[in-house]
Design a protein around this ligand. Structure first.
Ligand SMILES: [Zn+2]
Length: 112
């Protein structure tokens, strides 16, 4: 459990670093900057990718914070849907996961 708690905290730190590292790129593209039209379009395209990645990172960070809260509440490692223990291998791979594999795949199937 200590190992998994460490993994959650490390993941949270890494995601925070990633967000600060991409903060500059998330600022609005300066259209008045003295650049050719094509490079501006490139820049806006690159920014749209960067913003999409940041959204994913922010969502993951939220999930990671919830995982940390579950540690504090003492119910980390139990599926938030069915209450069964989440497999250790799964927690090692995704320390922030709130659900067991069965419940996760059920949700992903429901979304389709
Ligand atoms: Zn479950």
């Amino acid at each position: 459990m200590d190992e998994l708690r460490g993994a959650v905290l490390k993941l949270e730190g890494d995601l925070n670093d990633l967000l600060s590292a991409t903060e500059d790129g998330a600022k609005p593209v300066d259209l008045r900057a003295n650049k050719g039209r094509l490079s501006r379009m490139d820049e806006m395209h690159n920014q749209s990718i960067l913003l999409a990645n940041r959204t994913l990172t922010e969502n993951r960070l939220r999930e990671t914070r919830r995982a940390r809260a579950r540690f504090d509440a003492g119910d980390y490692g139990y599926c938030t849907d069915c209450g069964e223990p989440v497999g250790y291998a799964r927690l090692r791979a995704y320390p922030d996961t709130p659900r067991c594999l069965a419940c996760q795949s059920r949700r992903e199937t429901d979304q389709d």
